[in-house]
Design a protein around this ligand. Structure first.
Ligand SMILES: Cc1cc2nc3c(=O)[nH]c(=O)nc-3n(C[C@H](O)[C@H](O)[C@H](O)COP(=O)(O)O)c2cc1C
Length: 195
C-alpha cells in the first residue's frame, strides 16, 4: 500500500490530546496542505483562523457544545470506543476535546460550494497532520458557533470579515493514549457502471 493510501486509511478522529503544543514547523506544513486543497473555480475562497489560545478555544468549544444539547447515545460507543465523542458522552464539556490547536476554516459567502471548499481543506490538513504523527478531529456545528456576537467580533478582530462564514473547525494535537479502531466500512456503498 502506498504511503498516502495508508495514511488515509489509518487516520482516525482523535478525542484525547496531550497538552503539549504541536511544533510550529508541523503546523506550517499542515496549513500549507490546507492552502493546497482543491477549491471550486480555483478561487481559494477559504480563510484559516488558527487559535492556540487555550482560554479562547475552551470558550468557543463550549459554545459549540451547547448546539448539541443532549447526547443521544450515551455509552453506546458508536464512533470508536477509545475516542468517545460528545454525541455519546454527556460529561465531555469541551467540544474540541482540549486540543491545543484549533483551525477554523471560513469560506466566502459570495461563492457557491463554501462547505465543499472548507471540507476539502480540512481533510487535507487532517491527513497532513496524521502523516506527521498529529491527531485531528473534524468538528461540526461551526456556523452556529461563530454567529454569536462575541465570536463574530473575534473573527473580525483577527482579520476575517463578516462576508465569510465559519464552516468547520479542525482540532489538532498529539494523540494521548490508545487510538482505537475505525468502524468497519459498510460494503453496500459501491456501484459500478461498466461497458
Ligand atoms: C461533517 C462532519 C462533522 C463531524 N462533527 C464532529 C463533531 O462535531 N465532533 C466530533 O467529535 N467528531 C465529528 N466528526 C468526526 C466523525 O465522528 C468521525 O469522522 C467518524 O466517526 C468516523 O471516525 P474516523 O474519522 O476515526 O474514521 C465529524 C465528521 C464530519 C465529516
Amino acid at each position: 500500500m502506498n504511503e498516502i493510501i495508508r495514511i488515509i486509511m489509518e487516520r482516525r478522529a482523535i478525542r484525547h490530546y496531550k497538552a503539549e503544543q504541536i511544533k510550529d514547523e508541523e503546523l506550517k506544513q499542515i496549513i500549507e496542505a490546507g492552502l493546497w486543497a482543491p477549491s471550486a473555480g480555483g478561487r481559494q475562497a477559504t480563510k484559516f483562523l488558527i487559535c492556540q489560545n487555550s482560554e479562547i478555544n475552551e470558550k468557543i468549544s463550549r459554545i459549540n457544545r451547547s448546539f448539541m444539547p443532549s447526547p443521544n447515545k450515551v455509552n453506546d460507543h458508536n464512533v470508536n470506543e477509545k475516542q468517545i465523542s460528545i454525541a455519546e458522552d454527556a460529561t465531555i464539556q469541551n467540544a474540541f476535546y482540549g486540543a491545543p490547536t484549533v483551525i477554523t476554516v471560513f469560506a466566502a459567502d459570495q461563492f457557491k460550494y463554501p462547505i465543499n471548499d472548507a471540507s476539502v481543506a480540512a481533510e487535507n490538513m487532517m491527513l497532513a497532520a496524521w502523516s506527521l504523527g498529529i491527531g485531528s478531529a473534524y468538528i461540526g456545528r461551526v456556523e452556529e458557533t461563530f454567529k454569536t456576537e462575541e465570536e463574530k467580533n473575534l473573527m473580525e478582530n483577527n482579520g476575517i470579515d463578516s462576508t465569510y462564514t465559519a464552516r468547520v473547525c479542525v482540532c489538532l494535537g498529539y494523540p494521548d493514549g490508545e487510538i482505537g479502531k475505525g468502524k468497519t466500512r459498510k460494503e453496500d456503498r459501491i456501484y459500478f457502471i461498466k461497458d
